[in-house]
Design a binder for this molecule. Sequence first.
Ligand code: PMP
Length: 369
Amino acid sequence: ADVKAINFSPGPCNLPEQVENEIKATFDAPRASSMYLSHRSPEFVKILEEARKYTKEALQVPDNYEILFMHGGGHGQFAAVPMNLMSSPEDKATYLVNGTWSKRAAAEASKYGKPVVISSANEDGTFTSNPDPANYDPESKYIYMCSNETVNGIEAFRLPKLGPNSPPLVVDGSSDLTTKPIEWVESNIGVIYACASKNIGHPGLTLVIIRNDMYGKQQNICPGVLCYEDNIKADNAWNTSCTFNIEVTALMMKWICQEGAMPEMERRSIAKSSMIYDVIDNSNGFYSTPLSDVSIRSRMNVPFDVAGGDTETTNEFLIKAWEKGIIGLRTKTPFGVGKYLRASLYNGISIEQTEKLKEYMIEFMESKK
Ligand code: PMP
């Protein structure tokens, strides 16, 4: 298509136009570009401090948390979490499994400790509900959950509040962190992390926010590059950090703050997702989505099928969308192509761009009547 693409892919995402322009401008700045600045240079340390400052401001991170920009993506944290928080392979942690990514995280944790899995999988292996977090194993070092299951389209709009005596909560916020407020104390957050490639930047950086009583308990086998204590003590420069990606995230976090931070990101997420769910719900079954429980329908990833999943109609829908510059609705995952298309509505997608998708979905449906 010869129009600028609107990317509804589940990740990597595009960033808001203003942030993309600011990234371009970094190459013309009077100082060297963060693409080749030394990670230990004073010029780069300033960028790192900005990234921390805006992250803290955007998410209202309390003072007793450390902010790290690590390597390894979500999968790096699937391993880092158990290796840092379970001191011995005999330690236990509760894993709330409500979709593909938390299931993967639990499988990874079983290499380093004893995850106690509480799953809400249906008999056919699909997920359409959440397990009850109150059923956690009391001997757990932590309770793990994924706040937005990107593939399954299940989201927790607020994190559970299990009380101060429960084990700390560890959250994979890869696909929803920075789209709604976090209640740090009430939710007893020990660690929250997000790979950058959806709401906050570009793949290669992983944001990890760690309460300061949570590090220093790692197993001996924990590699330094994934070790919270080593990275915190080395001031985020234990090894070469992802300098350019840290600047991208700094610019993205600054944009989030300028736009109105969590209240505004949440307002937009509700507006965008409601628009698409309304089209689906008012389509007389032409479009359908697997989740009937509206209290957990993801605002980030809207799974839907076209004409009951009919291959020919779905392909026509995707080709005509592509001709309009609407891309990324069907992607492969490690779990296969999946039955559903998905419209992903991260921070980089505007309300106006979502309207284009809405209009297209209505137009296509009308053309089939
Ligand atoms: N967790 C969630 C919720 C995700 O959506 C993804 C990626 N789609 C991951 C973890 C894995 O992240 P990565 O590909 O960066 O390892």
